[in-house]
Design a protein around this ligand. Structure first.
Ligand SMILES: Cc1cc2nc3c(=O)[nH]c(=O)nc-3n(C[C@H](O)[C@H](O)[C@H](O)COP(=O)(O)O)c2cc1C
Length: 348
């Protein structure tokens, strides 16, 4: 399929639709594409260029560009993401209980800023249903790239039972994941970001490490943080995560700071992603790399819209990077454009 030609004709039409409707239609196409090929879609060419491969957390990443959480919450189109060239795929956020998320509209494009605002609220099919889907993928040996599963707290679970809720999701999904992300940074579940405190991080990780350490091969864990944390708080949380046995961090989630945008945002609420997030999320990544040293795995995400942005994120200290908004604006062929523009290194 000539993805660039398809995107040139489809984009104006998709961008006239409500943003979530366009997302659902595109995901529907990718889902059918995944099913048609029997799930056996390989990545090939630039996505497997050995100069881009790297090993982290005991996993081999054919290239460092991953799909960020939130685009395929229920793991419906995993083979298609692989075929588009992603070097790893993160599904979720999945919660222990299935939930509908916030009322619509809840996803908005700000094209003048190259940005999105969302207040989805962890709409997802729940840990059990996603586990069933992932088990089928595993049984068919479809996956050629690492698969991360991002877990969050169910909305109805009170804050004081958060650790048990994460543990329940982990018990369904941990075994099926190559790595697991503890998401405590979405702005769209009331109180979730309050879990970004040392005692809460410890409690959640202790709850998950119980079942994790019983696996023959415990899964690498990462914590995903918000870019709005004060520097000292981010460092404290990061240290608590690493002390709790995490392999690293994902930096960052969306921001609630809408300042400096060209687009009118009166009445908009939620998390901002895309170009305006780049500087803030990259500064946090650089600061944490400087503070934590070379050992922890840092996955850089936020505002990557061009190959230069991707290279700058890696230069700021990211081992791996992820994208979401750039893909919405750039279309399916954009992943390969990023990969073509990345500096090659000796495989490491
Ligand atoms: C519509 C939408 C939904 C998202 N849902 C999730 C989610 O469920 N879990 C999560 O950890 N991050 C979620 N994110 C955040 C992204 O994973 C990413 O951290 C953020 O968008 C910054 O990257 P970007 O600037 O490349 O979009 C979502 C982002 C968007 C735009």
């Amino acid at each position: 399929m000539d993805l660039s030609a398809w995107w040139r004709s489809a984009r104006p039409w998709l961008f006239r639709l409500d943003a979530e409707r366009a997302h659902e239609m595109t995901l529907g196409v990718l889902k059918r594409w995944s099913a048609l090929a029997g799930g056996q879609l390989g990545a090939g060419d630039v996505a497997r260029d050995s100069g881009l491969a790297r090993e982290r957390m005991g996993l081999r990443f054919p290239n460092p560009v991953g799909l960020a959480a939130g685009l395929d919450k229920n793991a419906e189109a995993v083979p298609a993401w692989q075929a588009l060239g992603f070097g790893f795929i993160e599904v979720g956020t999945v919660t222990a209980l299935a939930q509908p998320g916030n009322p619509r509209p809840r996803l908005f494009r700000l094209p003048d800023d190259g940005a999105l605002v969302n207040r989805m609220g962890f709409n997802n099919a729940g840990a059990e249903a996603v586990a069933r889907r992932l088990r089928r993928l595993r049984e068919r040996s479809v996956l050629q790239v690492p698969l991360g599963v991002n877990i969050g707290k169910s909305k109805v679970t009170p804050a004081e039972r958060a650790a048990q809720d994460y543990r329940r999701s982990f018990e369904w999904l941990g075994e099926l994941a190559d790595y697991v992300v503890v998401n405590i940074s979405s702005p769209n579940t009331p109180g979730l970001r309050d879990l970004q405190r040392v005692d809460e991080v410890r409690r959640i990780l202790t709850a998950i490490q119980g079942p994790n350490q019983r696996f023959r091969q415990p899964r690498p864990l990462l914590v995903k943080l918000a870019p709005d944390l004060a520097e000292e708080d981010a460092i404290e949380c990061a240290r608590a995560a690493l002390d709790g046995g995490c392999a690293g961090l994902i930096l960052t989630n969306t921001t609630i700071d809408f300042s400096g945008l060209r687009s009118p945002t009166a009445g908009l609420s939620g998390g901002l992603s895309g170009r305006p997030l780049f500087a803030r999320s990259t500064a946090m990544l650089a600061r944490l790399r400087e503070t934590l040293g070379p050992e922890p795995v840092l996955i850089g995400v936020g505002g990557i819209m061009t190959p230069e942005d991707a290279a700058a994120k890696l230069a700021a200290g990211a081992d791996l990077i992820q994208v979401y908004s750039g893909l919405i604006y750039g279309g399916p062929g954009w992943v390969r454009e990023l990969l073509h523009g990345l500096p090659r290194t000796a495989a490491r």
